[in-house]
Write a protein that binds this ligand. Sequence first.
Ligand code: ANZ
Length: 955
Amino acid sequence: MSETNSAAETAAPHRYTAAMAADIEARWQDFWDAEGTYEAPNPTGDLAGDPELAAKPKKFIMDMFPYPSGAGLHVGHPLGYIATDVYARHQRMTGHNVLHTLGFDAFGLPAEQYAVQTGTHPRTSTESNMENMKVQLRRLGLGHDNRRSFATIEAEYYKWTQWIFLQIFNSWYDTEADRARPVAELVEQFESGERPTPDGREWNALSAAERADVLGEYRLAYASDAPVNWSPGLGTVLANEEVTADGRSERGNFPVFKAKLRQWNMRITAYADRLLNDLDGLDWPEAIKLQQRNWIGRSEGARVEFPVDTAVGITVFTTRQDTLFGATYMVLAPEHEMVERIIPAAWPEGTHPVWTGGHPSPAEAVTAYRKQAAAKSDVERQAEAKDKTGVFTGAYATNPVSGEKVPVFIADYVLMGYGTGAIMAVPAHDARDFAFARAFELPMRCVVQPSDDRGTDPSTWDDAFSSYDATLVNSSNDEISLDGLGVVEAKARITEWLTRHGVGEGTVNFRLRDWLFSRQRYWGEPFPIVYDEEGIAHPLPESMLPLELPEVEDYSPRTFDPEDASAQPETPLSRNADWVNVTLDLGDGPKKYRRETNTMPNWAGSCWYELRYLDPNNDRQLVDPQIEQYWMGPREGQPTGGVDLYVGGAEHAVLHLLYARFWSKVLHDLGHISSAEPFHKLYNQGMIQAFVYRDSRGIAVPAAEVEERDGAFHHDGEKVSRVLGKMGKSLKNAVTPDEICAEYGADTLRLYEMAMGPLDVSRPWDTRAVVGQYRLLQRLWRNVIDEETGEVTVVDAEPGEDTLRALHKAIDGVGQDLAGMRFNTAIAKITELNNHLTKAGGPLPRSVAEPLVLLIAPLAPHVAEELWRRLGHGDSVVHQDFPVADPAYVVDETVTCVVQIKGKVRARLEISPSITDEELEALALADEAVVAALGGAGIRKVIVRAPKLVNIVPA
Ligand code: ANZ
């Protein structure tokens, strides 16, 4: 028990205590549920008949929805939920129709792993976790429209996830129109001959399988045999994004191999430019925009073809075509298919022994090197610091501008998946090429004049000279000279030359890859796809949705020896033959089909959930267009529409946000929604951190049992160390909201979390500091209620001038702070006002007590409801108008300052009594009359006596 509940305090029978808070909070939570206080009307429902409501601006406020974990919530989790709740409450009180609710992102690996361990169905454990979290969340007094909540595992929800998959499957990207269109329209183009088939035959002459292959090249969702990240230890493939920098699975930390497997992909690359450009119109933290830009990775450069004697030319992608005269060798990715075609039978006469790696022939060298490269991840291969490895192919190509023969290598620092998988190496000006050239004793040529004093002989340099801000040298042939040009101009000039000679062209390259969309998992959305006997994929008709997850005996994907790259994945769904093999009538009579047995990745359910909140029970349409337009449509300042505020952790900078943006754009292109972006404003809250205490063995000890003595920390008689870290069960420092609610009440917890610091900054939890906010509520209570009798003490008297000033300054400041999400400073201002009132003593005038209650209502809604009711109001505080400050009381009192020049008064300034000397001096010197009186004369001296006098002595 805390000291706050000591006998002395409970002596006053009507004091605000934890017990009273518990009573108040439970009562008002029941009231809100019964009244539907937070239900937001839709434009087709109540809103249509209610002109007053229809005139209100809307606000759609969202949190990144939680995964229902078995561990439940600790106090760090609800930080963002409380913040959006406070914000939403303030928006309601300032005349907005607010939509705020919270669902659950409930498919995912933990439930499946738990099922594998315990034999509990993932649905059972997930649902019980959700029930537990709902109780915890309800205890916090979050004003959610519960009618709109759902979990992604509900068949009524994932029916539409599957439906969206079908829309994407049935679409292609028309690059001319720059939007997605139905595949049916593409088929029309092939049928009419408007668009030729790849081999020029008539569309009708193609077999069904050939047509499916052609269309597969266009579809926005397509199956392919591309190399994927296969983790035998996990038994599943992973998206690039789920693989760590050292080439292991983010979950489970297993090795990941590149394997060719038939998998579903989403052609997100078709949207690369739009995903990039539309970032400009979004109100997102710059850091997140930057991460998305880097992820998409747009590079402007050129493709350049280098002729090879033995075969067709090698095309490289370069962003520095201006340095072409300095390209002294080439590198292909080891897997590049050109390698076989260019290697000669034997090493050319006089080949440098370092180039051959000691292998007797190019073929043997290539085989050995490929094996070595395959064992590394892309990230490992790209690491800047690592020693450069590679081997000569025995072939030479020709530099198209210098005419020089340049050797062609294979090396793992060149990746197959980027650009053309081949580079021209310019060792003098690229760090990786420099390191490689040094290792293999390759020639270097300086073609960009170094701006330092290193000179133009690269053999004497310590590193490459790479700069965009420099001029070209050593770069001319009979037809073209780049010498003396800047990089930008040289790039333009050489690109034009290459294009004219048919050996290259300007091009744009993206780092973004298509999104691998298959998982070998049980606990996910089944694909609405079946295969016929020829193996052609067919979409299920809408009438067959939802395709429900079947029951299986065994939920686990088959896992293998983590190091066994040759293992083949086996999906849990494939074990249920009755479900897999079906006879269906897809419009041409009953036929036998085999279902797709992969499931969708965890990201699918969160790609469109904002839309479901709008129209949660719609079983005819994804979302009613009128409703979507109302809550999410484009409007002034929000050119692409979207949710008005989306709050969540910065760890979702790329994946979730990029995928959701992609789905929005497809749905927008196909005419299903008016918004082209899901989230207009994004805000990242900070983390609540906690102290971790460790004993001498480095083992975490329960934080709650640690005592502080003489500036040191002790546990069980032993000294322990303290560092700031994450909060969680494993670190034995988790504090649950339930504990804090029991000890102080939810309003105190809410205030404490909001008062800890600016919302976007991480902050350490300190249970001992929570009581400060509890005291604030006790003083607030005492200012309105007599602790002995329980009577309301307010009187109908006029407040004094200084109280009016304190009140209106608080109203003004708190209103602005809440609208700007500066909840900590809002609380500071309320505290200041409350202290002022406490100090003033005597009963509060009603005209002060009521706005005081309204000010704190968004932050501490339960106690505000209670006081509002006790002040004699019959309706909820939730929909009251937020107080408006009277400007007459907001401006500071001013004093008059005289400004003298040579002792003569030249100006009078109305200024704040608290102005500093520096501010006052600046103000005086900027005054028009003072400037005029000085007439351009210099100033020798300024004497400032803030706030009354400034004396200027001219030079
Ligand atoms: C010649 C050159 C000279 C280059 C120079 C750079 C500096 P970004 O900006 O990331 O697009 N490159 C191209 N394809 C590659 C691949 N598959 N694997 C590894 N590296 C590849 O990078 C483009 C640059 O990365 C290209 O421009 C190419 O090197 C290299 F002074 O070409 B550059």
